[in-house]
Write a protein that binds this ligand. Structure first.
Ligand code: FAD
Length: 377
């Protein structure tokens, strides 16, 4: 099996790495995190121009990628630089659902998404849904030619900046039923939509989104009525793979910083990396990195497979990256000593990104149970 990147992906990786190394240093990132918007419009449009969003869509959808390895190439570089801009939310999740399910009119938005001129959020999770994708309580009731949405969507990443929300709501059945869930494309300024925002621990912003008698035309529905769950699950699988690739990139940065630090910081007249206790700990991290990389490749390579195979590889990768990521983050901090706790030093942010990533799309424990259940089925 050939694990080399294609020429196009290699070019994308090189371009992104160079751009982010020059433009996205720790001081810049800290300013972006502290800003009201929580992301930089300038970085967003420059990265869009470099093809970051276009690489997330297939040629038929108007992009030039869209396969698992295109997604992992982009997100590994974003993770390596600790980027907080919401490419996952606009590009992979909400934008991807529009491209997968939209009518021709709805799909016309994909061009604006790729150009970087449209921000989106996927309003799906609810206060009681935890990691269950079918636990949708928000209701969608038909009223003549309109649909009326009511509910509470929790931790909707990028909701404040979003021009449009992709909202899931139940047209029939009970929370926990697979059937009955639909998706709707809702302009963020629609009457009845309230967005209450807050900063996230590892950068970026999210919001509680309240939907009070939000009226949209039936033409706002994305895909068939009540049949959205398989498309949501397939998109969340892509997002989870993007996220493990992002974590892998962040782990690369954490281990690089730690290796460099062990070579320069001296105690008792010697670089601390020459003490065996630390050399062994560093080797353990390098071995975990190899396993993590294989797992990300495995998951990316199975994104187009049948559901059961796809999902078991996604759960395996989420579980492994959750464990290995936490180990790398914690050990990197420990081996650095006190400096790793300062926000001015790059590792502090990178370690937070790694640890917090485990809590999105299902954590380590959730994916262990899910992997066992999928394997037994
Ligand atoms: C939240 C926080 C609050 C703090 N508050 C205070 C405070 O109030 N007052 C204060 O004085 N300090 C404080 N500190 C500093 C803390 O005491 C130091 O971080 C700690 O003593 C480690 O020193 P260092 O950061 O210089 O790491 P280093 O000494 O550089 O050590 C880095 C790594 O090398 C390892 N190492 C070093 N020497 C050897 C060796 N010979 N063999 C094997 N391994 C070795 C260490 O175990 C560590 O893993 C605080 C630190 C933190 C994180």
């Amino acid at each position: 099996m050939n694990f080399e990147l294609t020429e196009e992906r290699q070019m994308l990786q090189d371009t992104l790495r160079r751009y982010l190394r020059e433009k996205y240093d720790t001081a810049t990132r800290n300013k972006i995190i502290a800003s009201d918007a929580g992301y930089s419009a300038e970085i967003w449009s420059e990265l869009a121009e470099l093809g970051v969003i276009g690489a997330l869509f297939t040629e038929e959808q108007g992009g030039f990628g869209g396969k698992g390895f295109d997604i992992t190439t982009v997100f590994e570089e974003l993770g390596r630089a600790g980027v907080v801009e919401p490419f996952l939310d606009t590009g992979v999740l909400a934008g991807g659902l529009i491209a997968d399910l939209g009518t021709d009119d709805q799909k016309a938005h994909v061009e604006e998404i790729i150009a970087g001129s449209l921000q989106l959020a996927f309003a799906h999770g609810e206060p009681t849904s935890r990691y269950d994708l079918n636990r949708v309580q928000t209701t969608a009731k038909t009223d003549g030619d309109d649909i009326v949405l009511n509910g509470h969507k929790a931790v909707v990443v990028n909701a404040e900046a979003a021009d449009m929300l992709v909202v899931s709501a139940r047209e029939s059945g009970e929370p926990g039923d697979d059937a009955g869930i639909s998706l709707f494309l809702v302009p963020a300024d629609t009457k009845g939509v309230t967005v209450q925002g807050y900063g996230l621990l590892a950068g970026g912003r999210a919001a509680e989104v309240m939907l009070d008698d939000v009226k949209v035309p039936a033409s706002a529905r994305l895909g068939d009525a009540g049949k959205a769950l398989p498309a949501i699950e397939a998109r969340v699988a892509k997002a989870a793979v993007a996220q493990v690739a992002e974590t892998l990139g962040a782990m690369e940065t954490a281990t690089r910083l730690t290796r460099d630090y062990l070579g320069t910081r001296k105690q008792f007249g010697r670089p601390i990396g020459s003490f065996q206790a630390l050399a062994h700990r560093m080797s353990d991290l390098q071995i975990e990195m190899e396993q993590a990389r294989s797992s990300v490749i495995n998951a990316a390579g199975h994104l187009e497979s049948d559901r059961a195979i796809r999902e078991s590889h996604v759960s395996a990768a989420k579980n492994l990256l959750g464990r290995a990521g936490r180990l790398v983050a914690e050990e990197s901090i420990q081996m650095h000593g006190g400096i790793a706790m300062t926000q001015e030093y790059e590792l502090a942010h990178i370690a937070k990104r790694i640890v917090m990533a485990d809590h999105r799309f299902g954590d380590t424990d959730h994916h262990l149970e899910r992997f066992i259940a999928l394997s037994a089925a």
